[in-house]
Design a protein. Structure first.
Length: 221
């Protein structure tokens, strides 16, 4: 938070808004928002409804987090600190009003990530470490990235067994179009898992470094 440049928060805000805009466009193009109705029909199960609402909530919260910090960051810009040079203005130099927005924005971040993982421990971590904002940030990122990493690792056996499942379907003379769709589904999931590792491993490393007494990696960023 305090060490991120304003441009980083702006990029995050723009990408989040693009995602939110695409989500709204997709929901409108799909069925004119009818999928958001709770009692849409007998074939829309509870799981599908929960998936839809939690995803919308998650995207909305990450937009609030990114846009909120982008606004604050551009209000304060950069500051020259002897021994460090020109750095993004530390939160200690922000106004009381801006500092009071940090924890609510962090809770937006934590709830958003927890909805993506379907776990609720992240907001608790943020609340319990709120007295030290830098540690709060580090522990929140560590909790989320480790949850993401464990979830990705947990999915690997399914990914490994899927080709055998497709081969069994081939021997059972399943429709060719179905096999093509399943094969493409497996390929896309392999790509997804790769990018999840590229996302979660660096954040886990930064989170572990952030909760240690001396931040050897974060200090060099």
């Amino acid at each position: 938070m305090t060490h991120l440049a304003p441009a980083v928060n702006l990029t995050w805000a723009v990408l989040s808004l693009m995602l939110g805009s695409f989500l709204v466009y997709h929901l409108w193009s799909f069925d004119r928002f009818k999928c958001l109705k709770w009692n849409r029909g007998p074939h829309t199960g509870g799981f599908k409804r929960i998936m839809t609402y939690t995803y919308i909530t998650s995207v909305s919260l990450i937009i609030a987090y990114a846009v909120g910090f982008a606004i604050i960051k551009y209000q304060y810009g950069y500051t020259y600190i002897p021994g460090y040079g020109v750095v993004p203005t530390p939160y200690e130099l922000w106004s009381k009003k801006s500092r009071s927005a940090i924890l609510p924005l962090y809770l937006c971040f934590s709830f958003s990530w927890s909805f993506e993982l379907y776990v609720l421990y992240m907001p608790l971590v943020t609340i319990f470490t709120r007295n030290d904002l830098l540690k709060c940030e580090a522990y929140s990122i560590l909790a989320g990235s480790m949850g993401d990493l464990f979830l990705t690792i947990w999915f690997l056996p399914v990914l490994w067994a899927f080709p055998s499942f497709i081969e069994n379907l081939k021997q059972a003379n399943v429709d060719k179009n179905t096999l093509i769709r399943l094969t493409k589904f497996h390929e896309l999931n392999c790509i997804r898992i790769l990018f999840r590792f590229l996302f979660s491993i660096p954040l886990t490393i930064l989170g572990i470094d952030g909760v240690r007494p001396h931040q050897h990696i974060n200090d060099k960023m």
